[in-house]
Design a protein around this ligand. Structure first.
Ligand SMILES: Cc1cc2nc3c(=O)[nH]c(=O)nc-3n(C[C@H](O)[C@H](O)[C@H](O)COP(=O)(O)OP(=O)(O)OC[C@H]3O[C@@H](n4cnc5c(N)ncnc54)[C@H](O)[C@@H]3O)c2cc1C
Length: 494
């Protein structure tokens, strides 16, 4: 009788859960180990009294990616989570007091643009066409596949696709080729932060995010976006995945270019035929595997990767309902300077753009006694081997004062708050230098040549999550889990 194959997934973020579901469905007995008390990773719920918040992804795009994880294992996604489309999803407020609503309704959007600049509005249809093209190109050639070695790049269709994905133009240049009004460019340029990068260096390829938000739409998950992670957990358990929380993997044991087993902090030993590392590969691969056993990813090489943007987040429970949109962005005066401060000087912007998500505007049950404000400013990733030196409470105070100047007075109504900064991001999720999205996409190399989905040193070790292909952000990491699991399943069929 054939013995059943076994898989061990290290980390229960969206990528790990997505991989575990697919592997178990294929008949591979899968165990998932998560160091924290709950799965979900960066996507989880925070509760302050009667106020509930989503930490992590507040903007959900590509709902079909989450739904298809369940459909592929013959489950009905409606039994797990429900997406609500936010048609006019974001209010962008500029330093001169003017505003621009973002909507996936083309008619409304064109009218909005025309209010600020009729010339830009005339170009909107052409912009939509181009970003749709960029999305379909990426969808066909990059999003649904793994990259396991250099050989995977050596195909003519892929080379052609890479060349036509506007890799040499920056996102800012791309937006300027359609729009003339600085406020409009500023609002679209913010898409670079969705991949943790600067619009002045990230390739125009990421204009595809415009297609996702404006063409496809922005979504919210009823009861909070963390319902996606809980839904994945429920499906994984139903299929028979063994999920063990509070179980941190601290060491891997390898022989003959294979990973044999891992050891956990509590003294447990887990063997498997195949391993998927969902914990950030740039922190966990070097931690678990001694350097002599991973020549392809030396410590020096790890240190050469540029981490994506990080964030300073305040989850603020207010006793009041404020005049806010579900997604509300207060722009600073000089975004170019802000990105320069972050990526070149490693400091916070002086007059930063502040993003506020108030999911209670769509779902009042999230905080029946006042608004739940998720307030985020872009932060530089942590410097190498330097610990935080900032006073968190004074930083929070500064943020409230900056919001006050931008016309949002909330401080006197805050009844409770919780701060999360880059250092906590690193400590809690082992995120590479506190990065939100793994590796940045500020260089073409880092966009198209991210670390592979499979270890070059240990043949049965795969990687899924923001630091590998296809990239960071919740739908991308879910795809990465699916792609890796599919690769493993197909390899076992041969
Ligand atoms: C503040 C913030 C805002 C964001 N906003 C958005 C947004 O609006 N839209 C969007 O799409 N994305 C957003 N993101 C990004 C998104 O959250 C991530 O891309 C995604 O959740 C990452 O999933 P992952 O599975 O790759 O990694 P993670 O969520 O980091 O999961 C990895 C898991 O592995 C565990 N782990 C690590 N090492 C070990 C170990 N040794 N042993 C056991 N377990 C281990 C960690 O505890 C963690 O649970 C945001 C992120 C943050 C932090």
């Amino acid at each position: 009788m054939k013995t059943q194959r076994t898989a061990l997934v290290i980390g229960g973020g969206l990528a790990g859960l997505s991989a575990a579901i697919r592997l178990q469905f294929a008949g591979i007995q899968t165990t998932l180990l998560e160091k924290n008390h709950e799965v979900g990773g960066k996507l989880h719920e925070v509760t302050l009294g009667t106020h509930r918040f989503d930490f992590g992804p507040n903007t959900i795009t590509m709902p079909h990616v989450f739904q298809s994880v369940l459909e592929k294992v013959h489950e009905n996604p409606d039994d797990y989570f429900e997406f609500i489309k936010l048609e006019t999803h974001t209010k962008n407020v500029f330093s001169d007091g003017s505003h621009l609503f973002f909507s996936s309704n083309q008619q409304l959007m064109t009218e909005e643009l025309a209010r600020l600049d009729p010339q830009s509005a005339k170009k909107y249809a052409a912009y939509l066409k181009e970003v749709k093209k960029l999305y379909h190109l990426s969808n066909k050639h990059f999003l649904h596949r793994t990259f396991s070695s250099w050989k995977d790049y050596l195909s003519l269709p892929l080379a052609k696709a890479m060349a036509s994905a506007r890799p040499l133009q920056s996102l800012d240049q791309f937006h300027r080729s359609f729009f003339k009004d600085e406020r409009i460019i500023r609002a679209f340029n913010r898409y670079a932060t969705y991949i943790g990068s600067s619009p002045y260096t990230a390739p125009a390829t990421f204009g595809l995010i415009g297609h996702l938000e404006m063409g496809d739409g922005v979504y919210y998950t009823k009861g909070g976006n963390h319902q996606i992670a809980l839904g994945f957990k429920k499906a994984a358990k139903k299929l028979g995945v063994r999920i063990v929380c509070n179980e941190e993997v601290v060491k891997g044991y390898s022989s003959n270019n294979k990973l044999d087993s891992v050891e956990t902090k509590s003294g447990g030993h887990y063997k498997a035929d195949v391993f998927v590392l969902n914990g950030d590969l740039l922190t966990q691969y070097p931690r678990l595997i001694q350097e002599s056993d991973r020549p392809s990813m030396s410590n020096k090489k790890v240190n050469q990767f540029e981490p994506s943007i990080s964030a300073f987040v305040t989850l603020a429970a207010s006793s009041k309902r404020h005049d806010l949109h579900h997604h509300h962005v207060f722009f600073g005066d000089d975004p170019r300077e802000e990105f320069q401060d972050i990526f070149q000087y490693g400091t916070y912007g002086k007059d930063p753009t502040i993003y506020v998500c108030t999911s209670s505007k769509t779902d009042p049950s999230m905080s029946p006694d006042g608004d739940n404000l998720f307030i985020l400013v872009n932060a530089p990733p942590l410097k190498k081997e330097v610990q935080r030196s900032m006073d968190l409470k004074s930083m929070e105070q500064k943020l409230y004062q900056q919001l006050d100047k931008k016309g949002l007075s909330i401080q006197s109504n805050i009844v409770a708050s919780k701060i999360v900064d880059p250092q906590m991001m690193q400590d809690h999720y082992y995120a590479f230098r506190g990065a939100l999205y793994g590796v940045a996409s500020n260089k073409r190399k880092d966009t198209f040549l991210r670390p592979f989905n499979r270890s070059q040193d240990l043949g049965n070790l795969y990687f899924a999550g923001g630091s590998t292909h296809p990239g960071g952000g919740s739908p991308m990491v879910v795809l990465s889990g699916q792609n890796v699991a599919e690769k493993i399943v197909q390899a076992y069929k041969q």
